[in-house]
Design a protein around this ligand. Sequence first.
Ligand code: ATP
Ligand code: MG
Length: 507
Amino acid sequence: MNADPACSDSSAMSLPADADGMLALAARSMFDSFARSAMGMMVVDRAHRVVWISEGYKRFLPALGREEHEFVGRRVEEVVPNSLMAQVIDSGQAILVDLLTNQAGTFLVSRLPLRGADGEVIGALGLVLLDHPESTMQPLITKFSRLQRELDAARSQLAAQRRPKYTIASFVGASEQAMEAKRRARRAAQTDATVLLQGETGTGKELLAHGIHAASARAARPFIAVNIAAVPDTLLEAEFFGVAPGAYTGADRKGREGKFKVADGGTLFLDEIGDMPLALQSKLLRVLQEQEVEPLGSNAVQRIDVRIIAATSRDLQAMVAAGSFRADLFYRLNVLPIRLPALRERLADLEPLVEALADDIARRSGLAHKNLSADALDHLAAQPWPGNVRELRNALEQAALMTDDLVLTAAHFGGAAAPQAAPLAPGSPGAANVMIAETGVPAEPLPDACFKPLPQAVAELEARSIREALELTRGNKLAASRLLGISRATLYEKLAATAQPARAIAK
Ligand SMILES: Nc1ncnc2c1ncn2[C@@H]1O[C@H](COP(=O)(O)OP(=O)(O)OP(=O)(O)O)[C@@H](O)[C@H]1O
Ligand SMILES: [Mg+2]
């Protein structure tokens, strides 16, 4: 037995006696089959002179304007315009796939250097693989360009979604309270510290979060928002931290990036942070402290660089006192607190807000811009606005849709008297924290004062129920359709039926 591994290796590697002859035959046979199967083939020497062309190549000669005897023996760059054979010979580097275009057409070509026994370049081999690749390869080229277009569109859509929608200046208001919120937001934008936005619903927390990101050094990186209240508790962890490949079977088996990772380098907006389940609060705290995430089903940690902006309309301090929000997480988030004033605390901003919102509504709806009379502004200023700027916007939008008048008066907002809404059934969506907007609902005449035909009464009742459902659900059409006990499609139909006449007249 041979104990020397080197010996046994070399005996395994050594070639059979006829190997050289075999390789020479292989080279010869490969050359022949390429010469037969390629559309054309040529050999050029190191002085760039054409030495030989295959039978197939001869078909291109008429288009190149040459007879065979004036082609072979000439320098390739003289007889084949745009040829890169000379470059291959001079550099010794192959060009495996290329498109060559000249007066003979467009060709898919391949060019390989040829080397002698000492490794020196002795010439080059040129292959014409396909002529008119633009027609032969059309399905492939079409498919490729369609996929490329789709990819480009998806990329720019994604970039547009992640691009900040608002600047701090989009937060309309010059009252002391609004200016203080904007001053703090500008200061926050200059740092990477965690921001906590607190304010009632509809006060502009999300708007200001976008604004802070847009004014920060991270503006060109992603802004990713997670609405904690909208994600089922069981899915939140995967949503935040991601899932390692193979952790689950099914759709997630390839793994999924968590929002922390997606927001890497940018800003993660944790909306409705007060709705975070306690169990996850401690995990979030750890991530914020360590700046590392561990995807589900993985034991490798990923470092992340994310600025956090958290927002809530709930009283986090009271939640801490009640034990439903971790005190340590609260302090971690409350580094730069910004309180957003309720609309009723800054009525000085009502007029500029109405102006800006009416402008935006006109632009988006295609309807004419509507101004407000002084009594309309007085009427609006007297309302409690539990839904704040969002509610103001909805009231303006509804009033604008309901009339063709170019000036909206108090009467368009239901005048001073507004009907009280029926109390919500406990447990119905929105019952916890939303009140009916008093402003958007026109006062109903007393039944005996004006008797209406049944179809009209039914239509009005239906329109009012839809309006109220949309207010209650803050414009969420799926939730509104559930409240109304109709399908979402039916709700859309009814909305289209009521909105169209107004638009048609406005045009
Ligand atoms: N100061 C403001 N200037 C202009 N528009 C505003 C302002 N504040 C809020 N809005 C508008 O009001 C609507 C609600 O704002 P946003 O979604 O930012 O409120 P939010 O505080 O996040 O509310 P919620 O707590 O219900 O999520 C949006 O259409 C927003 O553009
Ligand atoms: Mg919000």
